[in-house]
Write a protein that binds this ligand. Structure first.
Ligand SMILES: C[S@@+](CC[C@H](N)C(=O)[O-])C[C@H]1O[C@@H](n2cnc3c(N)ncnc32)[C@H](O)[C@@H]1O
Length: 285
């Protein structure tokens, strides 16, 4: 496999994470929607724009972007994951828009993105998985209008995202965690270092790059009790990955440990833990 190929990510998002993200679509949306909505608001979508939603997943952001640009505009969601795109297409049909968004199963790093320039390239946590980020952002930029905007959100370090760190740390008592991989490897934390991210975007030709640090409490999938919050923590994200091949006895012990670790965060019938992400904006030129 070529060094800059996204074949591993394609396998991961089709075979492992994709089906889990489909099953957890509503709880994941409860976690991610406030962040995505703020990013969409920042994108200032106007009528009739051409929009690309990168790593669109279940398509909920693509549908919202289509709603905002109207029937004279067009939103396209691109993703590697067949199961998530199947869900996205079904959700788009259910949304019943006059003009439905389009969904494309392809690798944003190298896909031919067509000849109609995009006014906005958007992503909610879908751009951190590229094997070759400069090539990928370069491909996206070439598909944009000269005045086009790039707006995306990506995670800061796991240490600053207690909603992911607390469950993982709680697993230490029940299984040996693998040593952390390279900090910049494709994955949720690939852009956690803002200077590096700025350099990658500049190398891809983007201008007016701004990386804004955002923090806030994040709901554990909208859970209102500890069992549901623990189930969410073990379904997706780093703790789920750590437990992937674990036997049932370890899973049972893990559930108890994670539930205990989340207990201090149960307040007023909801469970929210600190999160940290970047809101990134740039111009194609
Ligand atoms: C963390 S999920 C976010 C999904 C969605 N944006 C959301 O907020 O629910 C990352 C998504 O990026 C997609 N993805 C990863 N690498 C990609 C690539 N090279 N090209 C297109 N999509 C990719 C995955 O398949 C997955 O659906």
């Amino acid at each position: 496999m070529a060094e800059n190929s996204n074949a591993d990510q394609s396998r991961y998002w089709n075979e492992q994470a994709g089906p889990k993200w489909v099953a957890a679509r509503d709880t994941l949306d409860a976690l991610l929607r406030p962040i995505g909505d703020a990013a969409i608001a920042r994108a200032n979508v106007i009528h009739a724009e051409q929009i690309l939603d990168v790593g669109c997943g279940n398509g909920r952001t693509t549908i919202e972007l289509q709603r905002l640009c109207g029937a004279d505009g067009a939103a396209t969601g691109i993703d590697l994951s067949a199961p998530l795109l199947e869900l996205a297409r079904a959700e788009a049909t259910r949304a019943g828009l006059a003009r439905p968004p389009r969904f494309l199963q392809a690798d944003a790093q190298e896909a031919d993105l067509g000849s109609t320039p995009f006014d906005l390239v958007f992503s909610r946590f879908g751009v951190m998985f590229f094997a070759d980020p400069v090539a990928a952002f370069g491909n996206l930029r070439r598909a944009m209008a000269a005045t086009g905007r790039l707006v995306f959100v990506c995670w800061q370090r796991m240490d600053d995202n207690l909603w992911m760190r607390v469950p993982v740390e709680a697993l230490r008592g029940v299984l040996e965690l693998p040593p952390p991989g390279p900090a910049t490897a494709p994955g949720p934390f690939a852009f956690a270092e803002p200077e590096r991210l700025h350099g990658l975007l500049a190398a891809a030709g983007f201008a007016s790059i701004a990386i804004e640090s955002c923090t806030g409490p994040l709901s554990m999938g909208g859970a209102t009790d500890l069992d549901a919050a623990t189930g969410f923590a073990l379904q997706v994200g780093p703790a789920a990955s750590a437990l992937r091949d674990a036997p049932e006895t370890v899973r049972v012990a893990a559930f108890a440990q994670v539930r205990k670790a989340l207990t201090p965060y149960l307040q007023g019938g909801s469970i929210a833990l600190p999160g940290a992400w970047f809101l990134v904006t740039a111009r194609a030129s």
